[in-house]
Every structure is written in structure tokens, then in C-alpha cells.
Design a protein around this ligand. Structure first.
Ligand SMILES: [Cu+2]
Length: 135
């Protein structure tokens, strides 16, 4: 090895060590997560199924085992914030996908508000998602 190639190797090794350190100290933040609708258009009616995926935005991976403590679905997108539909959680059929059954009694825009806690993270995630109930 020449002196300059040894220098280059040392720099590369240092850079690698630094990036490993950066990775291991990078703390996840609650804002790194978000809920996304699996489908934005959902057939209106009683028993409509609304599915959301909880995603780690850094990796794009689905995040299982979140505790959803708040759910509300209303027609705020169509100016009917007081029109609230009954909604209940259903068992998950796929890790990281959370399902709900709602009575979307009217076609149009609906807003799903979710509050959740994620295993190992402090704080809570609160998302509002807009979907469309189709006739
Ligand atoms: Cu309405």
C-alpha cells in the first residue's frame, strides 16, 4: 500500500465507523410514523370496511402492534362535522394493517381520525385521513 492509499483506506474506515454510529444513535421519533389508507374509495353502507396501514416513513415498513386508543369518523370533508358514524375496530389480518367497520350511511367525503401509541416510542400519533364513500 502507498501512503495515499493507506490514507484513503483510513478515511473510508472512519466514514464507515461514523455512519454505523449515526445509525445506532438515530432515535426513532413518533413523527416518523403515519397511518395511510389502504383504499381511499370505499363502498358506502353499514359494515363498510376501512383499512389503514401504519408505516415507518424512514423504511416504508408496516408497523404492527400499535395501540389505537381513539377513532372517530365524520363527514367534515363535506361540511358535516357533526355527522359521526359508528366505528369499531376489527381484528388485524395482516401485520401493520388495522381494520375498522363503520356505518358510512351517506356517500361523500369522510374523515377518519386516529390516535395511537406505538411500542417503544414516546408520545402519540394522531392522523386524520380523508376517504370517499361511493354510492
Ligand atoms: Cu353527511
Amino acid at each position: 500500500m502507498t501512503t495515499s492509499s493507506m490514507k484513503r483506506a483510513a478515511v473510508a474506515a472512519l466514514a464507515a465507523a461514523l455512519s454505523v454510529a449515526a445509525l445506532s444513535t438515530a432515535r426513532a421519533d413518533i413523527t416518523d410514523y403515519e397511518f395511510r389508507l389502504v383504499q381511499t374509495d370505499i363502498k358506502q353502507g353499514n359494515g363498510a370496511i376501512v383499512a389503514v396501514r401504519l408505516v415507518d416513513k424512514r423504511s416504508g415498513k408496516a408497523v404492527p402492534d400499535a395501540v389505537i386508543f381513539a377513532t372517530r369518523i365524520d363527514m367534515a370533508p363535506d361540511g358535516m362535522e357533526t355527522m359521526v358514524a359508528p366505528i369499531e375496530a376489527l381484528p388485524s389480518t395482516e401485520p401493520g394493517v388495522y381494520r375498522f367497520k363503520a356505518n358510512l350511511m351517506m356517500a361523500g367525503g369522510w374523515r377518519l381520525s386516529l390516535g395511537a401509541k406505538i411500542q417503544g416510542e414516546t408520545g402519540t400519533i394522531e392522523n386524520k385521513l380523508v376517504l370517499k364513500a361511493t354510492p
